[in-house]
Write a protein that binds this ligand. Structure first.
Ligand SMILES: *Cc1c(COP(=O)(O)O)cnc(C)c1O
Length: 396
C-alpha cells in the first residue's frame, strides 16, 4: 500500500511550500546596501563600476555594463549588434520570452530554431539551416545553466559574420571546455532577478571583450548621451549631446552594492548547486518515472534549474496531475518553459505550432524540481520523498 497523496486528502510530505528557486540575503548583504543608503550616490555612482569590475573578475570578460534588468541587457545587446527593422534574429524555441522579445524591440522578427535533445540548448545545425541574408543575430541561451555548443556557434558566427547574443541568465559560473561562459562573446547577458544565481532585486549586465561595444552599451543605457563629451564637460559646462536613441536602463548603486556582495558568495553557491544535482541524480538514477538532466563532457553546468523529463508512459495520469500532486505535497515544482511560439502574442504574429519537433515534444515532459544553493538537507530529502510517493501512487 502506498501512502495517501496530499491531493487525495493524505498528509503532505512537508507543511510549508518549498519554492523552486529563492534568493539568499545575509547580514553582509544588508550592511552593503545600508552603506549606500547612507552615502551620497544612490544611482550612477562608484558602486556601479565596482560591481562591473567584480563581474569582469569573476567571468574573465574585459568589460561589463550593468543595467536595470536582464531584459534591458538583451535589448541593449540587440541594439549594439545592429539588429534593426526588417531583419531576423534566430532564437531557441524554448526559453524565457525575453530572449525573443528583445529582437522585436528592435523591429526584427524572431526565427525560432529547434533544440538539441540532451541539453535542450539551441541546435547549431538548425541555426545554420535558418540563416538568411536578413539574419542579424543569433540568441544562444544556456538553458538551465548548461552551456550551449559554443565552439560550433562561434564557428557559425565567424563563417556567416553574424554576432551571437549570448543569454547567460542561467549560467553565471558555468564552463565550456574549461572557459567561463562570460569570456568568449561580445554580448553575454546576465540577469540578477531573485531566482537567478545572484540577485540585485532587479538587474542585469552585458559582458563584452570589445571596448567600443562597451561604450555604445553605456550610452544606450543613458538616453543615448555622448559620454565622452559628458565626462569632458562635467565640471564647467552644461553641454551635452544625444548621438543616438537610448533609454534609461541605469541600475542604482543600491542594487549594485548588493550584487557585489552576492557575487563573493557565488563560488560556494555553485558548489552547493552541484552537490544538490548530484544528490538528485543519485536518488533518481533507477526511478522509471523520470530521466535526470545530463551534463556533457567538457561542460560544467551552473545548475540554475534541475529539469527532469517525465516518462509519462509508465504512469496512469498526465503531467498536470503529477504537477498538482507534487504542489499538494508542498514541493514547488515548475515548468520551464512553454515554447515561445505557442504564446498568444507570438501566435498573433503568425507563428504556428508543430515546427520544432524536439522542443515541442520534450516540452510535454519537462518538470523543474526545487534547486537553489541554500536548500537544506531536509528540503532535498522532502523533494526526493515526494517524487517517490507520487510515483508509487500513479505507476501503471
Ligand atoms: C530571467 C531571464 C531573462 C530576463 O531577465 P530579467 O532580469 O528578469 O529581465 C532573460 N532570459 C532568460 C533565459 C531568463 O531566464
Amino acid at each position: 500500500m502506498s501512502a495517501m497523496l496530499a491531493i487525495d486528502g493524505g498528509s503532505p510530505v512537508r507543511t510549508t511550500m518549498l519554492r523552486y528557486g529563492a534568493q539568499s540575503i545575509d547580514d553582509v548583504d544588508r550592511k552593503a546596501v545600508e552603506n549606500i543608503l547612507l552615502g551620497d550616490w544612490l544611482t550612477t555612482g562608484p558602486a556601479v563600476a565596482e560591481f562591473e569590475n567584480a563581474l569582469c573578475g569573476f567571468s574573465g570578460a574585459k568589460h561589463a555594463v550593468a543595467v536595470n534588468t536582464g531584459t534591458a541587457a538583451l535589448h541593449a545587446s540587440c541594439n549594439a549588434a545592429h539588429v534593426s527593422a526588417g531583419s531576423e534574429v534566430i532564437v531557441p524555441a524554448i526559453s524565457f520570452v525575453a530572449s525573443a522579445n528583445c529582437a522585436i524591440y528592435q523591429g526584427a522578427r524572431p526565427i525560432f530554431a529547434d533544440l538539441e535533445p540532451d541539453t535542450l540548448n539551441i541546435d547549431p545545425a538548425d541555426v545554420e539551416r535558418k540563416i538568411t541574408d536578413k539574419t542579424k543575430a543569433i540568441v544562444a541561451v544556456d538553458f538551465a545553466g548548461h552551456p550551449c555548443e559554443h565552439g560550433r556557434l562561434l564557428e557559425i558566427s565567424k563563417q556567416y559574420n553574424i554576432p551571437i547574443v549570448h543569454d547567460a541568465a542561467h549560467s553565471l559560473g558555468a564552463t565550456y571546455k574549461g572557459r567561463p561562459v562570460g569570456a568568449f562573446y561580445n554580448f553575454t547577458n546576465l540577469s540578477f532577478h531573485p531566482v537567478k544565481h545572484i540577485t540585485t532585486g532587479e538587474g542585469g549586465a552585458i559582458l563584452t571583450n570589445d571596448s567600443e561595444i562597451a561604450q555604445r552599451l553605456k550610452s544606450f543605457r543613458h538616453h543615448g548621451i555622448d559620454l565622452d563629451l559628458h565626462s569632458r564637460g562635467e565640471r564647467n559646462s552644461w553641454e551635452y549631446d544625444v548621438i543616438t536613441l537610448g533609454y534609461n536602463y541605469r541600475i542604482p548603486d543600491i542594487n549594485c552594492a548588493l550584487g557585489t556582495s552576492q557575487l563573493r558568495k557565488q563560488p560556494g553557491w555553485l558548489a552547493a548547486r552541484r552537490a544538490i544535482a548530484a544528490t538528485y541524480n543519485e536518488a533518481f538514477a533507477d526511478l522509471p518515472l523520470l530521466d535526470c538532466p545530463t551534463e556533457r563532457e567538457q561542460c560544467q553546468s551552473a545548475w540554475h534549474l534541475y529539469v527532469v523529463r517525465l516518462n509519462l508512459e509508465v504512469v496512469s495520469v498526465p503531467k498536470e496531475t503529477i504537477f498538482v500532486a507534487l504542489r499538494a505535497e508542498n514541493i514547488g515544482v515548475n515548468v520551464h518553459y512553454i515554447p515561445i511560439p505557442w504564446l498568444s502574442y507570438y501566435k498573433k504574429l503568425g507563428y504556428q505550432p508543430g515546427q520544432w519537433p524536439v522542443a515541442e515534444g520534450q516540452y510535454e515532459r519537462l518538470l523543474s524540481l526545487p534547486m537553489y544553493p541554500t536548500m537544506t538537507p531536509q528540503d532535498i530529502s522532502d523533494t526526493i520523498k515526494a517524487v517517490n510517493k507520487v510515483w508509487k501512487a500513479y505507476r501503471r
